[in-house]
Design a protein around this ligand. Structure first.
Ligand code: SAM
Length: 317
């Protein structure tokens, strides 16, 4: 230990990804445990580490006080004096209570590279979290054959390049009284030092020309244009490199099953047969659609995407 008082955070994520987020915060050097809706974590510079480094968190709350519920009012007065202008959120859980503040100040999934919102873009943090859930580390090829605006492939490129997602952002806690700017700068430098050129290809394709152009713009804005290779192609015609590799895909789904959606899933099914040795995660808005994919998934996770319950079957063809 450095002798610096540890900080505590509650980081929120998409329901279903709590254990993934806790593992990620652990790997970033915090002591974390999964709780409903996210993870609690503790360690030196936890606010900076979680805001700058987490790919799967949507929000980071700095836990400024925790104690017996009757002490809440006095603690709030004390914190309001120490952190003037900072909005405090209180929570009571039986006899215990907490006071927290939004350390990030803006949603963490807004990484700042999205040129324009595509038809149904995934949150960057959900894409990042699902990649971690698949144990993708960038050392083998990556493929999203239905890339839309490119969210998943761009997150894969950032992860493969070990680029911390918050490096070019400024967070609310940096403006709080008593902020130790030198320590946050040291966290930034430590995270930046891990960057590398991704060692394996990051491939993205979509049959829609507009999607391919948008994904290209987004990749450029994210500084990943030279890393993500984007092509216009039907999933049924993608010729993947030999495995092992990681494929993460978010195929279309409709309120009702229409022919076009069914056809997309059949195309994905035919690609799956050519992904021997790969790990394939499919974010399925309608779990019933996975019947168009061959074989049984190795495991199925349930996650929420913007309030919609999704199945996340993982295949090892
Ligand atoms: C739900 S969107 C993906 C959204 C994407 N994850 C994002 O964040 O922007 C589904 C995408 O699948 C593409 N698609 C549908 N059928 C396809 C097929 N057979 N081959 C390739 N792409 C296909 C659509 O053009 C659409 O861009």
């Amino acid at each position: 230990m450095t002798g610096v008082a540890p900080q505590r955070v509650f980081a929120a994520c998409a329901p279903g990804l709590e254990p993934t987020l806790a593992r990620e915060l652990d790997r970033l050097g915090l002591a974390a445990r999964a709780v409903a809706g996210g993870a609690e974590a503790e360690g030196p510079d936890a606010w900076a580490v979680a805001c700058l480094g987490s790919r799967s968190a949507d929000a980071v709350k700095a836990r400024l006080w925790e104690g017996a519920a009757p002490g809440l009012a006095a603690a709030r007065r004390d914190l309001a004096r120490r952190y003037p202008g900072v909005e405090l959120e209180s929570r009571r859980d039986g006899e215990r209570a907490t006071l927290s503040a939004d350390a990030a100040g803006a949603p963490l999934f807004k990484r700042g590279w999205r040129a324009r919102v595509g038809a149904a873009p995934l949150r960057e943090s959900l894409a990042g979290g699902l990649l971690l859930e698949l144990d993708y580390d960038g050392s083998t090829p990556f493929l999203d054959p239905m890339c839309g605006s490119g969210t998943i492939a761009i997150e894969a490129a950032l992860l493969a390049g070990r680029r911390a997602p918050g490096l070019s952002r400024t967070f609310a806690f940096e403006g709080w009284p008593g902020h130790a700017a030198g320590r946050t700068q040291a966290v930034r430098e430590r995270l930046a030092a891990t960057e590398r050129i991704p060692p394996a290809p990051v491939l993205a394709s979509d049959r829609n020309g507009g999607a391919v152009r948008l994904a290209g713009k987004n990749a450029e804005a994210a500084g990943m244009a030279g890393v993500v290779r984007i092509e216009r192609r039907d999933a049924a015609e993608v010729d993947p490199p030999p495995g092992p590799g990681t494929c993460l895909v978010n195929p279309p789904y409709g309120i009702r099953l229409d022919r076009e959606v069914e056809e997309s899933w059949r195309s994905l099914g035919s690609l799956l047969g050519r992904l021997r040795g790969w790990t394939v995660g499919v974010l399925a808005g309608d779990p019933a659609l996975s019947r168009f994919l061959p074989g049984r998934p190795a495991r199925v996770l349930e996650v929420q995407n913007g309030g919609i319950r999704c199945a996340f079957p993982v295949y090892r063809p």
